[in-house]
Design a protein around this ligand. Sequence first.
Ligand SMILES: [Zn+2]
Length: 329
Amino acid sequence: MTRKHCIYCLAVDAKLNKDHIFNDWYGGKKRVTSCEVCNTRFSKEFESIAANEFLVPLYTALSTVGLNFRLDLPKWRKAFKASGEEFDQILGSDGIVRMTLSKPKVLKNSSGGIGMVLFRSEKEANEGLKRLIAKTGKTHLRIEKMPVKFKGFRQPFSYDMKQSTFLLAMKMAVALATRLPNFDPLETLLGRMTLFGESTSEKLVSETLTHMKKIDSLRPPLSHMVYVERSSGITKATVQFFGTFKFDCKLGRPDPTVPDAAVLGWFDPIAKKESFSECSPIGLDVYNRIHDELTRVRLAERWNERLDEEARAAGSTKKIDLHGEIIFE
Ligand SMILES: [Zn+2]
């Protein structure tokens, strides 16, 4: 195809713009051509969900073990509960994790009226006070600052392995595949069908325990990574988040006359550096894995250990102790 087209739906006439291989909200720069419809659709259907439920919690959690991402991340909503209240966590660009109530709280007085309202910020309190005075005419109402202390707080955590994360991995693989030499859109057909929710009999994305030293040696610790390979008559990929959470993807069948090839892309979330290069195929072993419950428990334990190893190699000073469990859908 010579005319510029959307790499996902292959539209040529639609309004084309660019889509990032590694999400721009955490610093990805490299882009591929996509249409507005696909961009909006993927963002709504799984990217923002994967960000909120998987990546943002991980960035926030990892910043508590001495790693500094200097990101203005979206809020991790309802990150934890304490004293019956729900709190959000926010990782600021100063590297400090802050917590706020997930929503303002009204405390009743003995006669059932409003005794006190807990707001989440001074700004919110000022606005709330104005509204309360206008509504009740009680001009004596005042704002009081209350320090909030968290004693012995331990980070609860769950890796939410929902469909959104699988789809995000597949989208990154489909995007990077376009950088294979002699790339033809047919070789990402299965991957694109997955993104559009078109059913196939195969499970095309699966989480994996396989530790591929050959690939891991080609990227910085704790990095996000996509590796795409065309070999043995199939185009396949492996995608890693934080060097740990690994997903294998089947993308499609290449033209058998086209030579084998491989491309690697990584994004280092601490140095905020990304790199893309061609490399020789390492012989990626991608097959359909449907894990039973026991394997998944083992997978969760192994991922916890791996995350600790990756974080330490990237400069973490404390043990990752997230009390994590992995929730699978
Ligand atoms: Zn499109």
